[in-house]
Design a protein. Sequence first.
Length: 446
Amino acid sequence: MGMAPTKKSIGALDPALQRSLHLVGASWHRKCYQETVHKGMCQRAKARYDQNLTARRGSSAIKSSVSGTFTRSQSTPFNKNVCFFCNEAATERNKLHEVETFNAGSSLKEVIEKSDDKELKVKLCTAIDDGDAHAIDIKYHKRCWAQHVTNVLRKKTDMPETHSAAAEILLEGSMPSMASLQTAYVSIQMANDVQEPNCDRRQLRQMIESKIPDVEFHKAKRVNESDRVSIKASKDAAISMADDVRKDDNEDMNILYKAAAVLRYAIKKADRWNFSGSFTVTDNQMPKELYSFFRWVLQGPNTSLSIDQKSAQVNRRAISLAQSTVSSWLSDRQVSNRKSNALKQTREMPQQLAIGLAIRQAIRSKRIVNMLHGFGVTVRYERLLRVETQLANAVTQRMLLNGNVYLPPDFVHGKHVYFAVDNIDFAEDTPDGKHTLHATAMAIYQ
């Protein structure tokens, strides 16, 4: 830097190093001091040191393997941030999992003792109790745990013969493929220290046919799949089970068919609902059998719900489904008519009419109303126009009967009435005095 050495504070250094530097009267450049105590540079120097140490351990491990003795320097030091088995860190697809139970630690100890893996024994010796893997935060990949622990514990000390293992699989009712049996046979050979384990499918098939009685081979539907293997006993059991399931399904379908016939008859004998200014439905117009059926479907066999609000919601939904079913109901004549493909609604319910009036009042779209009518949600657009005309004629008739004053149908003559009157003014001040509104609203209470 072209600057003379200066004395700096050395409080951050090791005490022994501080005394040595004081004795010799050491001084340094500012840049040299920064490079020496820089945190990032210290971490990189430590990483280089660890790499050199690992390389030296590898070379010593090779020498030890030649001599036939195992030393601690041959093993990789335990690192709780990588997999205990493969020494690889976590990735996005292959995440690390931590040993969290005592049973998992006991299984790991049993496997290591059984496999006599000296490198894993050295890693496990880091814990005070070699059965408590949770104490040293051992982590693993799922695949590594399955390969080194689960699969090892499943293997028996005395491996069964190929035909007996295959017979056990077939007697359980499974239908394994020849490819899976070939893989199992090769794994059995490897477990029994067979040199260059290999097996031809043709030879394996001949072996299975000679050792297992009543064995059958079924060709797969796909060309790239191998044949399926089964035995006659399991096939007969599967056929019997399928027959029982089919009988149960037929009984359930018969029950539902009878229930549908009962509901259709209840709808047929119910009175038709006609709009007369009110959307109220009586019990004679909506069958109680249909309402009860949908309520049982929604809430199950329970007769009551825990919350009254929830029960009210179920009641509304059951009524809605019942009204939709009644409006979509087809008579026997419509069902037997083969000349017409159209499905016309023969019964009108309050829900469909009310939804149609609300949609017309909100958006006044004929296309939307007719589209929803196709789904059975509303009545046709022409029906809405007729209903509006009917309402207007009813209001006019009421006004003519009461001196051009509209009185509600439930108004009773001869009783005192109370009025609430207020003015309604819109756009009072305009440049030309036009397009203004001055009206009066009146509410009658009796």
